[in-house]
Write a protein that binds this ligand. Sequence first.
Ligand code: ADP
Length: 458
Amino acid sequence: MSSKSLSFRFTALFAGIFIAGSLLLAVTTYAFLANSFHRDDYEEIHSRLLEFWAIYETGKIELIRKDLTLERLVMEDRLYMLRIAGRRNNTLYLYVPAHWSEYNPSLLETIPVIREEEFIQLPSANDRSILEISSLKLPDGNILQIGISTKRRQEVLRRFRRTFMYVFLPLAVLALLGGFLFSSRSLKPVRHLIEFTRGIIDTGRMNVRVPSRESGDELDELVGLFNRMLAKIDSLITGMRQSLDNVAHDLRTPMTHLRAKAELALQGRGKISAYQEALASCMEESERLLHMLSNLMDISEAETGVMKLDRNTIDLSSLIADMVELYGYSAEDKGITIARDSGESIPIFADLNRIRQVVANLLDNAIKYTPVGGVLTVSAGLQGKEAVVTIRDTGPGIPPQDLPHIWDRLYRGDQSRSQPGLGLGLGLVRAIVQAHGGQVGVESKPGHGASFVVRLPL
Ligand code: ADP
């Protein structure tokens, strides 16, 4: 487990929080215990002072002496020092439990002024315990002093510390172990995903999918998204491969024609007119190729968002009028009538030449696929914040199975093979309209013509 891995960081975090929490709890408990022991001792000293003050009032030192002997027999566990000092702090009476020889009460006589509110602290000669002494003035001017050793409470606190250490070390190990188990368990799906991705990179197989655990958690969602991404990449790659195949296929035919024509002309040896004819035909063929390539590049540019649009405010109505006039001749040749809504001006902010291309391609298709005697209806109008152009024909319509594909590059309907075309017209129409932020759609029932609708934002 490297120090950068998520497992390591999770384990450290888990154990860290657990250990810090236990430490905080222990320190708080320790402080609370120490504080309450301290307060207990002070209260004990205080009540003892008052008690002996009352005894002293009635029976002087003798009674106290007796009381202490009794007390010692009864309360062996709570020992204390008692001193009665004269006005000049000379010891009149001193009682110290027998085994408290480590404290030196004679030091008390060296203190010049005894103040009631101050605690006097006598250190032990053997350990770190202290004899804490409080004083009270007696009615006759003498001083009563009671002292309690901190030995007992220090011993309890020491035991607390030791017990905590005994419990804390196994707890810390447990926290580390728990953190490790928790992190390796929860990161298992991630590791699985990593191995899977590595497999895909190594083998290049995009059609495999990561099995879902169906747990419904975030990692499961990630797996779902990952699979969707794979599917999308897979379909894109397949699409690109198909496009490439189609382009290669569509380029091969005109290229073969070109070559055959040039070869034939060269074999003919002689007639200038034959050469001229061959060259003209080669030019025609290469023109077709260039047209196809430039359409393909236009579609790519528009789809990837790098198509440069030379936008200006143009009138869509007059653009359509021009195009209808232009295509009117070829429609007339085929005996097709074009009906146009003579609409009022529709100003749009668009690239004039590109929008001309859109209308031209749609009109060209409509004339191409509509049989003799058919009618085209071209209308343009405003709908909300959009300009809408509709081109309707009375041709054969588009079979439902072709509908989802007609916008794809190089796609040609089966019924359209008899007509000239590269299968790039509608692809370019859609790419240009989308580059303008608009939409294009088609409605068609076989046998009832097709109706193409272009929507462009104003
Ligand atoms: P092309 O016309 O060169 O084949 P397009 O991209 O312009 O390519 O059109 C794609 C396909 O959509 C055509 O092959 C044809 O099957 C169908 N199509 C387009 N316009 C029409 C229409 N007006 N009527 C019927 N089918 C159409």
